[in-house]
Design a protein around this ligand. Structure first.
Ligand SMILES: [Ca+2]
Ligand SMILES: [Ca+2]
Length: 93
């Protein structure tokens, strides 16, 4: 499987995931900058809502940009997945 096929597979998986989750969960507002890596909506957890932000921004905007290249794509998804489930420490303390 070459890189293009992998990207297409990822896109299909993302579309499936967004269709599955969209009726139940709407992406939350974003914070800038994130309080911890990949926590795009600053709810102190790296999870579904952060994934939705990436899905909505995929190829369209930098809203889900995690690697700082100015676009949202597979590299950002990989970063999010590597942190998925992380409970962020309270940065206020
Ligand atoms: Ca989050
Ligand atoms: Ca990026």
């Amino acid at each position: 499987m070459n890189e293009e096929q992998i990207q297409q597979l990822i896109a299909i998986l993302l579309l499936s995931a967004s269709l599955f989750f969209a009726p139940q969960i709407k992406a939350q507002q974003q914070c800038d900058p994130p309080t911890c890596t990949a926590d795009l909506n600053c709810d102190a957890v790296v999870g579904t809502n952060d994934l939705l932000i990436i899905l909505e921004a995929w190829g369209l905007s930098e809203n889900g940009d995690l690697d700082g290249n100015g676009a949202t794509g597979s590299d950002d998804l990989i970063i999010l997945l590597s942190h998925y489930g992380t409970i962020c420490a309270d940065t206020e303390n």
